[in-house]
Design a protein around this ligand. Structure first.
Ligand code: GLN
Ligand code: ZN
Length: 774
């Protein structure tokens, strides 16, 4: 391999681009189609226009090889299910009758047929539709979309590279279809799937594709020996095909680990590796396997998951090292740019100083191009870029926003004792029992009540200046009055104020904390046509004034019963934001925790005896590799305890998490040392209770007995049955009765009936318990 030619050949590419368009045109077109306002043809035209605009923009920016096939009307994993003919039996008729409507039926369900399940795409906040497979799945190739989009790009005169979800990642992201044994392993279908990929590859080759990219992010997770063997086999088979394009296997989101030597040896022509964050370990690993002689290396040096400018000098150093390790080195973002907003230049409300530190998809594309030029033609050709980049990085590092001495001093002074409650749980429990005087099996809810159209209107009115702060607050107060009076009448024991003032559980706090920056147009796809605008953690975090005390105190003034104060926890505040890349996550988490600790104390001082700190994201931020878990869980649980440990023994700390699959972090959940935890369980038949019991979980718990993800109203008998099951695992003194998540997405009539049944069930079960009744 000759270093010079590798450098001269350096090309710039990306694996995918935000789909929505600058004004979320795609969302409007798709939702218009669903509502019958937009025809299928018009939707097709709008989609094609967006794809073409993206490709043109990429090519104009200097991207040599544009990606195709990354566009999607809903989800690229669903597109892959269609591509390989993995249509669930219940959707087959709809798909045959009309491909587009059938596609949306798989994505969203119909009145009669359930959609595919949505779940998180690795540790991103993007959700994909889970392929459903079984021993009877018969794959068949359907390359129409891939071939058509490739042809569109080449017709524009562009060099394009189709991007497909790879066969391993497809199977490893799938689950057993309904009715199939739960222990069915989709990977056993590999031999059946590979010929279908071969056919698609041949079709793309026939259409003129020189390269095809197969995305295999599943290979950055811990994989078993059998899975690694399957990987070797798959790429030996695909590589051995004669009628195929050149294959670029792409990995991202972490380091490749054990799969690296396998892919390095495979008869494929290229490998794409992530070199950002923990994935930087790929560099040494690559050297250790002797590099990729004869292969193309695509180096993901621009982080595709954060919103910060790249350190161009540092990236060039990495790229320079890589030059000696492959036949040809190209430059890319670490993963598809789908996970970042489109364009930082349209954020006119962000302080221009901070705006210079931001890079969204468009800016990241420019960085990739700059780096490729620097690599190929010498750093002097990008000297001006490098100088400006150094100045921006220095300014960011020296800024009072990113380095607030007061915050730094406080973080440095944290002691182990700050993260520990004064009293052990048994003493706290006794003090809380005396203070709260609750019955056995106390009833409560998770926090939010229905976010009605009136509430949304009130917020819109306030934003548009149609009403003033006073009028808005009056509407919020009225809503709280209604929520409190309903709960009293229904007989709930620990009340909530209902969170009517919150647009979103993270954004609401982010708007009030120093260090967070909000965007106006920073939309990122969460799933389908749902987009979120995550706040940006840009600087050191502090809390100028109390954030929730006003509303919690107002609710408390309306009732004699305890009202839970309600906060979002530090881990979730990080997980659903764009985080800093200039300091360890643990430091950012500590800063947020200290700000929330002040809030918890103020809520307590104002008179709250119960305070809930939600951590629904604790598990989803778990690193992809098991060896990284302990370190993450250490800072994550410390941050939660820092938030909650400043209160007196008689103040009861609750936490909430919305998932049932928590077996792998049950120790960490215990480490939070919360007095009460509520968890999702309604759909997993109380497995949660059994698992907690098996672990010896020593404190109080409320496994959800009302599945709020469905409009169905649980009957009293049904809840009684679930409580009896829970009682088999958790003693009555430690069991709470609650729904499995907040009620904000539900309607009032459902919520009223469901909570009344829940209270009736708790009362019924209480009468059957031995011991003192209240
Ligand atoms: N307290 C929040 C609510 O009830 C919790 C939401 C969540 O768990 N995602 O809405
Ligand atoms: Zn929840």
């Amino acid at each position: 391999m000759t270093t010079k030619s590798a450098a001269a050949a350096a090309r710039a590419t990306v694996y995918g681009y935000p789909r929505q368009g600058p004004r979320r045109e795609l969302k409007k077109a798709i939702e218009g189609y669903w509502a019958g306002r937009v025809t299928a043809d018009a939707l097709g035209d709008a989609s094609a226009e967006l794809r073409h605009a993206n490709w043109r923009r990429l090519a104009d920016a200097g991207i040599h090889e544009v990606p195709t096939g990354d566009f999607s009307l809903y989800d690229h994993v669903l597109d892959t299910s269609v591509m390989v003919g993995a249509i669930p039996a219940r959707h087959r008729a709809a798909v045959e009758a009309d491909a587009l409507d059938g596609y949306f039926a798989m994505a969203r369900g119909t009145r009669d047929v359930a959609p595919l399940e949505l779940t998180k795409w690795f540790d991103t906040n993007y959700h994909y539709l889970v392929p459903e497979l079984g021993p009877d799945t018969a794959f068949s190739a359907n390359s129409v979309k891939q071939v058509a989009e490739f042809a569109e790009a080449t017709a524009l005169g562009l060099t394009a590279r189709p991007v497909l979800v790879g066969p391993l990642t497809f199977l490893l992201s799938a689950k057993p279809a309904p009715g199939v044994a739960a222990d069915f392993r989709p990977l056993t279908l590999l031999d059946r799937l590979l010929p279908v990929y071969a056919e698609v590859l041949a079709d793309l080759r026939a259409a003129g594709a020189e390269w095809v990219q197969l995305d295999e992010p599943a290979l950055v997770q811990d994989r078993s020996f059998a899975e690694l063997n399957a990987t070797a086999r798959a790429y030996r088979d695909l590589g051995g095909l004669t009628d195929r394009p050149r294959l670029l296997v792409a990995s991202y989101f972490d380091r490749l680990g054990e799969a690296l030597p396998i892919l390095a040896k495979a008869p494929i022509e290229g490998l794409a590796l992530d070199f950002t964050g923990a994935a930087a370990a790929n560099l040494d690993a690559l050297a250790a396997v002797g590099g990729l002689p004869g292969k193309r290396l695509v180096a993901g040096v621009v982080d595709g998951r954060n919103v910060w400018i790249n350190d161009l000098g540092k990236s060039l150093t990495v790229l320079g090292t890589l030059l000696g390790l492959a036949d040809r080195v190209d430059v890319a973002a670490s993963c598809s740019l789908l996970h970042v907003p489109l364009d930082a230049d349209v954020e006119h409300d962000i302080d221009p100083q901070i705006a210079r530190w931001l890079a969204f998809a468009r800016q990241k594309t420019a960085e990739v191009v700059t780096l490729a030029r620097g690599l190929g033609r010498g750093t002097d050709t990008i000297a001006a870029h490098l100088a400006a980049n150094r100045a921006d990085l220095a300014a960011r590092n020296a800024s009072a926003l990113t380095h607030d001495p007061a915050v730094r001093a406080r973080v440095a002074a944290v002691t182990e004792a700050d993260g520990r409650r004064d009293r052990p749980y048994p003493e706290r429990a006794a003090a809380q029992r005396t203070r709260l005087g609750l019955p056995l099996l106390p009833t409560t809810t998770i926090g939010s009540f229905p976010q009605t159209a009136e509430l949304r209107t009130a917020r819109a009115d306030l934003r548009a200046g149609r009403i003033d702060d006073a009028a808005y607050e009056e509407r919020i107060e009225n809503e709280i009055r209604e929520v409190v009076s309903f709960q009293e009448k229904a007989g709930i024991d620990v009340l909530v104020h209902g969170e009517p003032e919150r647009n979103d559980m993270v954004q609401y706090f982010a708007e009030q904390l120093t260090g967070y920056v909000a965007t106006r147009h920073g939309w990122v796809q969460s799933y389908g046509t749902r987009y979120v605008r995550p706040p940006i953690l840009a600087g050191d975090v502090s809390r100028p004034e109390p954030m929730t005390v006003r509303w919690t105190s107002f609710a408390r003034s309306l009732t004699d019963r305890p009202v839970k104060g309600m906060l979002t926890g530090p881990v979730t505040m990080l997980a659903w934001s764009f985080v800093r890349d200039d300091q360890p996550l643990g430091v950012t988490a500590r800063q947020v925790a200290l700000a929330l600790r002040d809030e918890v104390r103020d809520v307590e001082a104002a008179g709250s005896s119960v305070i809930q700190v939600d951590e629904p994201a604790l598990r989803e931020t778990l690193p992809l590799r098991a060896t990284d878990h302990a370190q993450y869980l250490a800072w994550a649980t410390e941050a939660f305890r820092l938030t909650t440990s400043g209160v007196r023994a008689a103040t009861q700390i609750h936490t909430h998490m919305c998932y049932a699959e928590f077996g792998d972090i049950v120790r960490a959940i215990d480490d939070l040392d919360a007095d009460v935890i509520s968890l999702e369980a309604a759909r997993s038949h109380m497995r949660v209770a059994t698992e907690l019991a098996a672990h010896g979980y020593p404190r109080e718990a409320g496994p959800g007995v009302y599945d709020i993800h469905s409009p169905r109203i649980p009957g009293t008998d049904e809840v009684v049955g679930l409580l009896r099951e829970a009682l088999a695992a958790i003693p009555a003194e430690r069991l709470w009765v609650n729904p499995d998540c907040g009620l904000k997405t539900r309607d009032w009539p459902e919520v009223r009936a469901s909570l009344e049944n829940l209270v009736a069930a708790a009362r019924e079960v209480r009468t059957t318990l031995p011991g003192p009744l209240s």
